[in-house]
Design a protein around this ligand. Sequence first.
Ligand code: I3P
Length: 108
Amino acid sequence: LEGHLVRKHEWENTTTKATNRSWDKVYCLVKGTQMSFYRDAKNAKSTPDQRFKGEPPLSLRGAQASQAQDYKKKKHVFRLRLESGGEFLFQAHDDNEMNTWISHINTQ
Ligand code: I3P
């Protein structure tokens, strides 16, 4: 699964808040148990090793995605909890797209 999402890094791990908590528009690509981020679709296709801000891919092993019911500032937002304790918020275009991401991530 791949597509544009707007991302906010909330937690580095269970105890440390992310230093950069601003929202970034990213192109997301889930391949197997890895989730990678790119500037755009073209980038993801042509240079898959050159990720957004040089970030390594996230491992979706033991990760869980669910709608961020407690986050009221934006709509269609889901939360990704990593096994490491890291947490991200992602805003999709609509609820349908959000649910597609949630179920896809949760079945990896
Ligand atoms: C962050 C930015 C985010 C905001 C976050 C700020 O500042 O305004 O939009 O999250 O709030 O730290 P900056 O762009 O200067 O990094 P929300 O949109 O969720 O409010 P936070 O520190 O409460 O996470």
